[in-house]
Design a protein around this ligand. Structure first.
Ligand SMILES: [Zn+2]
Length: 393
């Protein structure tokens, strides 16, 4: 089993993008020998990997992922990214993984467009730890999926999946101080209750017409809001950020805080203005001291889309590639292995060693380095013990 999982893992770590590309590398005698020398394991045939991933219960690999991530917490590697010195930002977001023009499996979700074209698809709800440095580490994943034989009128949905996802996070990381970051779909009592029961904090995007009684109260009190203004600048823009907050705003039976951040960017050369407004509801009582980190934290949520899904789809991991065309179990297993590979690569890519290689010349990129890695594996036959020399060098 170690051979199978390691083989599949390295397909993603090497950013091979398809089973075919991996099969070709495997045919390369030097690559195969190097792999076996480095990992002290056989390189399994991708078809064998596929056979196993079609029957392995997906919980197994998800538990493996949670154990690995748990070790990162234990080693205190992520402590410096905590919010208010205590909470980890956990961003929640859903993303499509696969689309088909026929029914792929009994768990497929389906929709029919206005012009009568039906598509089948899968999508997944992710809880990822996000940091200001750009890490997006998968803590738990929950597929939005139909139960076979059920009426398609009542399909599974993101909010139902969130209830299951929250249970997973709590069971994998029972004592983890969590601050949930989520988009405009999430400010509702179901989510607030789950956070309250689990002892989690949250910073959730509030859209214009959401939570009517709450926003009405906010509008009445807005002139009395606490304020703080911050100036920042980068190479091309001057940025003025105005933060405002209100506490003890009732909604249903509980009180929450309101946070608003208005950002005005002015071009250094063209003096053009660009405005953006971000509004959040949170269960963290606001003060002038913490309103900036709270709103900036809320805005970290987009990292799950960028550093998380976008990189996994478009930069080497081919999240949407149909690694398995028929099996939903295999699809889920490849997905979990991809998450683990991406965690490992993120930590490698942010290491001092890689940073040094990147800084060697202006055109050097992570993509180019990974191509070199494959080329190295294919062309430089390692002698026993030589890897240790390379690594210690
Ligand atoms: Zn399916």
């Amino acid at each position: 089993m170690s051979e199978i999982v390691t083989g599949a893992l390295f397909m993603f770590i090497f950013k091979e993008t398809s089973r075919n590309a991996y099969t070709n590398d495997r045919r390369d005698a030097v690559f195969k020998k190097n792999y076996e020398r480095v990992f002290k394991m056989k390189l399994p045939h991708p078809d064998t990997v596929d056979d196993v991933l079609r029957v392995l219960p997906p919980d197994e690999l998800e538990t493996l992922k949670a154990t690995l991530v748990g070790a990162l917490f234990e080693q205190k590697l992520l402590r410096r990214f905590r919010f208010l010195g205590k909470y980890y930002f956990i961003a929640i977001d859903a993303s499509g993984t696969h689309t088909f023009n026929r029914q792929h499996c009994p768990h497929c979700l389906t929709k029919t467009s206005k012009n009568g074209v039906t598509t089948w698809f899968h999508y997944v709800l992710e809880a990822k730890l996000v940091t200001s440095s750009g890490l997006a580490i998968s803590l738990a994943s929950e597929f939005v999926e139909n139960q076979p034989g059920r009426n398609y009128e009542k399909q599974d949905c993101e909010l139902k999946a969130f209830i299951r996802l929250a249970k997973k996070i709590k069971s994998f990381f029972p004592r983890l101080p969590v601050c949930i970051l989520a988009d405009g779909l999430y400010p509702n009592n179901t989510v607030f209750d789950i956070c309250r029961q689990n002892g989690w904090k949250f910073i959730i995007t509030l859209k214009d017409r959401a939570l009517k009684s709450f926003t009405t109260e906010v509008n009445l009190l807005e002139t009395t809001a606490g304020k703080r203004t911050v100036f920042r600048r980068n190479k091309t823009e001057m940025i003025q950020l105005e933060y405002r907050f209100l506490n003890n705003i009732p909604y249903d039976r509980y009180n929450y805080s309101w946070v608003c951040c208005t950002e005005t960017k002015t071009g250094v050369s063209d003096k053009k203005h660009k405005d953006q407004k971000f509004v959040f509801i949170t269960n963290i009582e606001q003060t002038q001291d913490i309103v900036v980190v709270t709103a900036d934290g809320g805005r970290l949520r987009w990292k799950i889309e960028n550093e998380g899904f976008n990189i996994q789809k478009n930069l080497g991991y081919e999240l949407e590639h149909k690694y398995s065309r028929v099996s939903f179990v295999a699809l889920k297993n490849y997905y979990q292995i991809l998450q683990i590979a991406h965690i490992i690569n993120q930590l490698v890519e942010k290491s001092c060693e890689i940073a040094e290689l990147i800084s060697q010349h202006s055109k050097q990129t992570v993509t180019a380095l990974w191509k070199d890695l494959i080329a190295f594996m294919k062309t430089v036959p390692l002698l026993p013990g030589q890897l240790q020399t390379f690594l210690s060098g």
